[in-house]
Ligand binder design. Structure first.
Ligand code: NDP
Length: 476
């Protein structure tokens, strides 16, 4: 008997993916650099289905039916290349290597090109949902050749999360497209988490509410437009009590947020493509600020606050304002993320269907949320929508919250509460909708000191003013 699919790399993620395949009736070849993990998978979970364990990579490859489908789920970076090097001489034309780890998309582009030269398919696939998702149904974002998706796609769709019976997996686009989309997913996740954290801080400072009380507010919010996995776990975390001290759990955690780097990749790419992903950038920098210990120590008690005191008279109205500001800021962050996907799709010729991306993020992944349906619908109305915020549904739903958003951002500023993601999202909203931006002045300055030229509103052409001479204008 040959396996229909193989998984190499059996740490938490690979083990759970292998079990997921087995539970769906596939015969799964399994392999890990150190054989002990392979043995323990079969010993502990053999009754999930049929596993074909191999100690050597050669035996593993030989145990898979052709065209082979080999999922690589090892540590991202060098280890992925090492495993690919080992696989290449063992595979045959038409076989498919699936990198389901968190690769950076330029690496995926490089690997895809290399395997293509060997007549092999390389599918860089985003997999989101952590350990739990890998076992019970992740959101899967496979890139690579459309040809490989014909045979691989049905298997991945089978083991993916389902929402209303629809799989949270679809073909994303060539070479690095899948890992790119996963990267932006993680960037949006950073923004979403930061926005939620700012909302929590506003409720804490504005109402003087306890973590548990705020947890209840989030639980309430989770029944409306904001319904999402992240809001749900926030409600849960805030209501959790630390066993050792009896304090709210969140109050005993050190306030330094760490990161594994996908937010940074997203921001770096936003700069490369010139796409203002301010929500994701602020969220990434907010984590950096939280970890800037010497700077925070130097500033604490030294930098003057000159802040007002909170005076919330209508508690319910304040909570509703924070909710509306959170929703509006969140739509901005998503709108920016989808702009980034559009820009990369254009740059690399990926032809990514943004509505389909929102659809496969509805389940399995960390940013799964009810409102992703609204994004899919927006791109169904107009596949080339230049700005998600300008879709009629979002124009209306965000527009209704604008007065609240302005109140909250100004109150935060007046009372000295840092809300980088809320504030920058509102600034983006006002910037993108402005009739005229002060960028005109920036262009004039550039022409003044660097003869960088400018265009005029009243006639076509490119111009330069002789600033240091007689200030006459010349057409270039
Ligand atoms: P790790 O990232 O901890 O990697 C451990 C696995 O890699 C082990 O199987 C290990 O083998 C193998 N490995 C490490 N170095 C080599 C090497 N040089 N040659 C061969 N094998 C090697 O495992 P995880 O399960 O946590 O993650 C796997 C991938 O999934 C990573 O890319 C990670 O970023 C990603 N990930 C994704 C998540 C998601 O939600 N999508 C969540 C967590 C991770 P050995 O047992 O022999 O040491």
């Amino acid at each position: 008997e040959l396996a229909q699919i193989g998984v190499t790399g059996l740490a938490v993620m690979g083990r759970n993916l292998a079990r997921n395949f087995a539970r769906h009736g596939y015969t799964v070849a399994v392999h890990n650099r150190s054989f002990a993990k392979t043995e323990s998978l079969v010993a502990d979970h053999g009754d999930d289905g049929t596993f074909l364990p191999s100690e050597s990579m050669a035996d593993f490859v030989a145990s898979i039916e052709r065209p082979r489908k080999v999922v690589v789920m090892v540590k991202a970076g060098g280890p992925t290349d090492a495993v690919i090097d080992e696989l290449i001489p063992l595979l045959e034309e038409g076989d498919i290597v699936i990198d389901a780890g968190n690769a950076h998309f330029p690496d995926t582009r490089r690997r895809e090109e290399r395997l293509r030269e060997h007549g092999l398919h390389f599918v860089g696939s985003g997999v989101s949902g952590g350990e739990e998702g890998a076992l019970n149904g992740p959101s899967i974002m496979p890139g690579g050749s459309a040809e490989s998706y014909v045979t691989l796609g049905p298997i991945l769709e089978d083991i993916s999360a389902k929402v209303d019976g629809v799989p949270c997996c679809t073909y994303v686009g060539p070479d690095g497209a899948g890992h790119f989309v996963k990267m932006v997913h993680n960037g949006i996740e950073y923004a979403d988490m930061q926005l939620i954290a700012e909302a929590y801080d506003l409720l804490k400072q504005g109402l003087g509410a306890s973590a548990a009380e705020i947890g209840q507010i989030f639980a309430e919010w989770n029944t409306g437009d904001l319904e999402s996995f992240l809001i749900e776990i926030t409600a849960d975390v805030l209501q959790h009590v630390d066993a050792e001290t009896g304090s709210a759990f969140v109050d005993v955690i050190l306030d330094r947020a760490e990161q594994k780097g996908t937010g940074r990749w997203t921001v770096q790419n936003g700069l490369d493509l010139g796409v203002p992903i301010t929500g994701i950038a602020e969220a990434t920098f907010a984590r950096a600020l939280s970890g800037s210990v010497p700077q925070r120590t130097a500033a604490a008690g030294v930098l003057r606050a000159e802040a007002g005191a909170w005076d919330v008279t209508d508690r319910d109205a304040f909570v509703e304002d924070v909710r509306l500001a959170l929703y509006a800021s969140k739509v901005v962050a998503y709108s920016q993320g989808f702009d980034q996907i559009a820009a990369a799709s254009e740059e690399f010729g990926w032809d990514i269907d943004r509505g389909a991306m929102a659809r496969i993020w509805r389940g399995g992944c960390i940013i799964r949320a009810r409102f992703l349906n609204r994004i899919t619908e927006a791109y169904e109305r107009d596949a080339d929508l230049p700005l998600l915020l300008a879709d009629p549904y979002f124009t209306e739903s965000v527009g209704n919250g604008v007065p609240a958003w302005r109140r909250i951002v100004s109150l935060a500023a007046l009372n000295g509460v840092p809300t980088p993601a809320f504030s920058s999202s509102l600034a983006y909203y006002d910037g993108v909708r402005a009739d005229r931006l002060p960028a005109a002045l920036v262009q004039a300055q550039r022409d003044f000191f660097g003869a960088h030229t400018y265009q005029r509103v009243d006639k076509p052409g490119v111009f330069h003013t002789e600033w240091s001479l007689d200030r006459t204008e010349t057409a270039q």
